[in-house]
Write a protein that binds this ligand. Sequence first.
Ligand SMILES: [Cu+2]
Length: 196
Amino acid sequence: MNPNYFFLAAILGVAVSSLAPPAFAKAGHGYAFGAPGKPEQVSRNIEVNLTDNYYKPDAITVKKNETVRFVLQNSGEFLHEFSIDTLAAHVAHRKEMAEMMEMGMLTPTGVNKKKMNMTHSNMDMGEMDHSEMGMSDAEKGNGTPMQHDDPNTVLLAPGESKELVWKFTRAMKIEFACNMPGHYESGMKGAIRFVQ
Ligand SMILES: [Cu+2]
């Protein structure tokens, strides 16, 4: 390989990996603190109200290996998210959602489905030619539609109700958060505490 080209590829590789959001990179690889739960294993419902810009309640407790059903209601006037993750993953997800806002895939009040269906690779890679960069299919995104569909995350339009069933398998520092630009910063987050 031409040394200059190698250098370029190395730089692009770094840029790509810093752009590639862990939330998507994790898809299919699981989460350290749990996994999507089976409805038949749900031990209780936890109702969470999403509004502008906070959750009610703003803290919940779960037991290790408990499967709960989050019953979510957006009673605000803006699009909100309920995402369970580590603090670091939320930081990465916020960058990703800011990009989606910039690209018009998300608006303050809803999802632009047409723009959301752009390929993941288009978003991460711009006009770059993957095939010349020695990337695997997985790294290219493989034409996977760019969607806000991580299993640990639900988006709710104003007035919308949704459910999320999750099994918590490992006590870790995690929280639920809304990563719409500005929402987390204004207090839209909640603690998840593990009890024995
Ligand atoms: Cu929000």
